[in-house]
Design a protein around this ligand. Structure first.
Ligand code: AMP
Length: 443
């Protein structure tokens, strides 16, 4: 008897019942089923009719040769109500494919074994790996458990599917890197993905506009969303997987648990956006728990966010290493931000003033002529003269504690937040003060 792996799927009618009935018919026809995988939910490919697919794989044994086995599968599909021959893009009450037939490689017009598109379909390879981890792919000459799909990015919206996919990645010995985002991706986000890819990690990007970090009067509803464009950018940057859950999945009805980094979350931006960082740390902790990455990447542009997340990871003994990535800027110095899209042409032209102010503060500190306090005060006075800028805060703090810097010689974080029209922008710079020497650490 030959060992075979059959892929089974359905996206029409009672999907589970269709697959189960199909497998019963297979058994009745003398095919000996050894193991059935768990059932995966999987969105239908673009353009395919019908709803979401349910997919599974079956390890079995048969005396039938490949051609008669294929004919049997087509008959069983027909019994489920699926017209034969198949039409492209049709909804399927039942889809039965021969994925593997022992170690055979067959290439005829009617039949290709192993299934030629298996390697692009995680919903085929994942269940196949589950039922037969040691089965050797005769083309790859590799056991299924050793195989991961690094080149094909998938978009997953369900936490259960994410866990399954990532546990297979982990089992294959690959380390996982994670880049959480709210989408509307730009070069700043892509720098995080590239930093992750540079370390050869399996790169997971989440795209989730997190409602709990927006205040009632903030831009949650109008925050730019374009999953299709983001997916394309993410794929090009070399990520392996997008996790794009719905708000309901992350915060189901009755959700009650929040995490807060007390003492840090109320400072700087936290003073003006009450509850914002509570929402950020909560969603990041949830995402870290779902993805369980080895490393997670955050931009230094959101300096306070990075500091809080590092503290949370330390305090809660999270196993993930938190990595900060240098701010990506426009040629004129403006830090890239999804919110830059909101700026009018005049505001966009003015916006680099924020970074210029930070650089000037750094320079003035280097001169050691005036106190830090005076330098900051003068900078604020200059900014307030600009009619397009409404300064919210300009502060220098210790970059670990966010307390006022006690003594010269330490590193300081100078952070700024300002409105240009109704758009709130932030930026920061970290540098060493004291001894007349200044080294720009990051910006
Ligand atoms: P967001 O989508 O705004 O939540 O940002 C997702 C991640 O990208 C955060 O870790 C940000 O700090 C980071 N990020 C945003 N803008 C930039 C930038 N200009 N340079 C580097 N990282 C950035």
């Amino acid at each position: 008897m030959a060992k075979i792996i059959i892929g089974a799927g359905s996206n029409l009618g009672n999907r589970l019942q269709n697959i189960r009935q199909g497998l019963k018919n297979l058994t009745d026809a003398g095919v000996k089923i050894i193991k059935i995988s768990s059932y995966l939910k999987n969105p239908a490919a673009e353009g395919t009719a019908g709803g979401e697919f349910l997919n599974a794989a079956v390890l079995a044994e048969t005396d039938l040769e490949p051609e008669p086995l294929l004919a049997l599968l087509h008959n069983i599909e027909k019994d489920s109500g699926r017209p034969q021959p198949h039409q492209p893009k049709e909804a399927r009450s039942l889809d039965l494919d021969i994925i593997y037939y022992a170690d055979r490689i067959i290439n005829t017009p009617n039949l290709q074994i192993p299934h030629p598109r298996r390697l692009q379909r995680w919903f085929v390879m994942e269940p196949a790996r589950e039922v037969a981890p040691d089965f050797c792919d005769p083309v790859l000459k590799k056991s299924l458990k050793k195989y991961v799909m690094p080149e094909n990015m998938v978009v997953i919206s369900q936490a259960s599917a994410l866990r399954k996919r990532l546990s297979a990645v982990r089992e294959s010995g690959r380390k996982i890197g994670f880049v959480p985002t709210m989408g509307a991706l730009h070069e700043g986000h892509l720098a995080l993905i590239r930093a992750c890819r540079k370390e050869k990690l399996f790169c997971v990007v989440s795209i989730f506009v997190n409602p709990t970090q927006f205040g009632p009067a903030e831009d949650y509803h109008k925050y730019p969303r374009n999953l299709k464009k983001d997916a394309e950018l993410t794929r090009k940057a070399g990520a392996n997987l997008i996790f794009a859950p719905t708000a309901k999945q992350i915060y189901p009805t009755g959700y009650r648990t929040f995490v807060e980094v007390a003492g840090l979350s109320e400072k700087l931006c936290g003073k003006y956006r009450p509850g914002h960082f509570r929402g950020v740390t909560t969603v990041v902790l949830k995402l870290l728990n779902l993805v369980q990455p080895d490393k997670a990447y955050f931009g230094r542009k959101d300096a306070q966010q990075l500091i809080l997340i590092k503290k949370m990871a330390q305090d809660l003994n999270l196993p993930t290493e938190i990595i900060g990535v240098t701010t990506v800027r426009e040629p004129d110095g403006l830090a890239l931000s999804s919110r830059n899209l909101y700026l009018s042409p005049a505001e966009r032209k003015t916006a680099p003033v924020l970074y210029q102010t930070l650089l000037r503060i750094q320079k003035d500190c280097a001169k050691q002529e005036n106190s830090l306090k005076k330098i900051l005060k003068e900078a604020a006075v200059r900014l307030k003269k600009n009619p397009l800028i409404k300064l919210q805060y300009l502060e220098a703090v210790d970059p670990d504690t966010l307390e006022p810097p006690e003594k010269a010689g330490n590193k300081i974080l100078v952070a700024i937040a300002a409105f240009l029209g109704s758009t709130r922008l932030i930026d920061n710079i970290i540098f060493q003060i004291g001894n007349g020497k200044i080294s720009k650490k990051s910006a």
